[in-house]
Design a protein around this ligand. Sequence first.
Ligand code: NAD
Ligand code: WQD
Length: 350
Amino acid sequence: MKRILITGGTGFIGSHTVSCLLEKGFDLCIVDSLINSSKKSLERVKEILKKKNIDINEKINFFKGDLRDKSFIDSLFKSSAKEGKPIDGVIHFAGLKAVAESVVDPIKYWDNNVIGSFNLIKSMNENNCKTIVFSSSATVYGNNSDQLISESSNINTINPYGSTKLVVENLLNDIQDKNSRKWKIAILRYFNPIGAHHSGLIGENPLEKPNNVFPLIINAAYEKDRLKVFGNDWPTHDGTCIRDYIHVMDLAEAHITAIDYLFKNNNQLINLNIGTGKGYSVLDLIKTFEKVNNVEVPFIFSNRRDGDSCKLVANNLKAKQILNWNPLRSLEDMCRDGWRWKQMNPKGYF
Ligand code: NAD
Ligand code: WQD
């Protein structure tokens, strides 16, 4: 079975993907600086697999370290090769992701996300590992007004976080230029991942106060901390913004199909939107959460948030066709699973 290096593997999307990869039998080297996660997520992943009677002995190897330290990354490739199990491919999640923080401290974001990714890609090149799935984001489309956003929609980043994603996409495009074509690259542009593993054992565990709407809805329901809904005068069916929320397990499964696709096909670069193709408003999300969980989500309307878009929904046909992937879980599932995670782990992994 192939050995995959997962960067950012203890984080929200990383830990869910790790559980899916182990279930499929992959052998994993997991790297994380733990700047925004806990190693306990991997203990929980082991628990999930134990319950399914899946033996992961020696298939889950964790290394604490920062991608900005290139000698650390080099050592992972070298020691794997020495063991006779060279790294066949990389799924690169590691990065900082708070848009507002990136506006306040752009250098922190360029340092972490760009230098980290550059070191990783350079080390991969030197160690002849040329298969990578990269976590990009719908943020690269900026305030796009297309009804559905396709991969050929206009790219226009509007914050430093988005710029760091785009610059890594550009680097990947440059190394996979038309003359050399030596790499296998999948750039996945995620829309709005929410929810948690159905078991309630792993989920989103931000170490700082969250900014995204879904963890804030959970907190509002749990702590009766009122959610501020940013604007009720948008040109949508109920006046609140529309987004494409995708269950984190559907997103995790997209990574399995993407790396599998790269392993089985010729050298290439593909950009793929990973969303459900369905849009829901903030009020739709709140109401669904209240209904399926039988809880109240206290909220007030406040002003529009600077830089928000009215509607961002993926055209996901390319991912469906190329990867033979389909998002299966509903908004109800996302709300139920996210709430179960919170109830079972009110303080996250602590
Ligand atoms: P997360 O913060 O839970 O996970 C990221 C992980 O990377 C964390 O465990 C963190 O400790 C680690 N990390 C950060 N910088 C590192 C470094 N220099 N070296 C080693 N480890 C480092 O975030 P997530 O939601 O799981 O996001 C994963 C990826 O997906 C990120 O690249 C993010 O930008 C991207 N993304 C996330 C979303 C979203 O809404 N969650 C949407 C689009 C794209
Ligand atoms: C969703 C909706 C808000 C908070 C961000 C990043 C994007 C990607 C996903 C990483 C919007 C509304 C929010 C609140 C609210 N991340 N909202 N009250 O802005 O679509 O995307 O996360 O790549 O790059 O920009 O997600 O969860 O912040 O907002 O009413 O307190 O919820 O206005 O309509 P967004 P979000």
